[in-house]
Design a protein around this ligand. Sequence first.
Ligand code: PEP
Ligand code: MG
Length: 352
Amino acid sequence: MVIAPSRSEKHWFHDRDVKAKERAKALESLAAVEPVTKDGVRISIYANLELPSDAEAAAAVNADGVGLFRTEFLVVGKTSVPEEEEQYEAFRDVIETLAPRPVTIRTFDLGGDKFPMFLPPIAEENPFLGWRGLRIYEMMPELFHNQVRAILRAAAHGPVRLLVPMVNTVEEITGLRQVVEEARAELQAEGVEQGDVMVGAMLETPAAITITEMLARHVDFFSLGTNDLIQYMLAVDRGNAQLARFFDLYHPALLRYIGDAVKAAGRAGRPICVCGEAASDPLGALLLIGLGIRSLSCAPAGVLAQKQLIRSIDLGRLERLMAELLTVETGQEIRSRMLAALRDTVDLSGVE
Ligand code: PEP
Ligand code: MG
């Protein structure tokens, strides 16, 4: 945010705005075409939703569905726990807007920097390593239980995937499955309509990504959260702008772990979609696709640009390049070699 911008700053922003609008206009026709690589491989591009109203934008760009529907909008800034009915209605509206495309609803990812007023006050030295994500459900089991009920009920209106954040262990998934079964039995006993859901885990901690193969026995799908994975893997606060240069998707450790997780999920026949910011970044998306990722999820406003990108790549060539880069020792070199190798065929004009 720029307070009282100078004349030249105003010009700069105006210019940027005009260019962004021109670019969006030029991309509009891509809504009707498929994101297929030059060598004929279909990549899925889903949308990330922050609010139910984003569903319209996702439908307008013809996203393949929703790869991540964050549900924190239901609680942030609220003084009381959200009712099951309110949640059900919000989910149902999104599902109906996008059906028959699948909608991935992520259960509350609270803690860290999102502490709604109704949570018990907790003093923590390191909130991002504290009561965050699925750990909070232990503290407030009703909050989780009601959300699962709302998701099961909404699933009667279209295909739904239930996703849990911050998974670290297999026990967490078995516990989750138990809550789903209890909620399912309750709804059935009450005669309330419900639908089937796929159950999935976020891969966003080093522990989870290392045991992808084990988790795959217990979940139906994975969602790779690069925002947190980079933060926890490299021990770099994702929100600290001064540390931005250390927050490096191209770090050789990430390439290895992501590549191995993709293979492990593939062997188990479990789909894996990337829903972190890296999926919206042109070079980041190429790195992920080169490592075997076939589904990306990004903000609705970024879907068409990613479609265009995918239609300009030769997947075989990209995979060969990534295989070579797996032995390179620095993130900086990996990134510059990618840029040098791809610039001639792929439009990377916005990438420095
Ligand atoms: C992530 O960590 O990459 C992610 C998608 O989840 P969030 O940004 O909501 O933590
Ligand atoms: Mg996350």
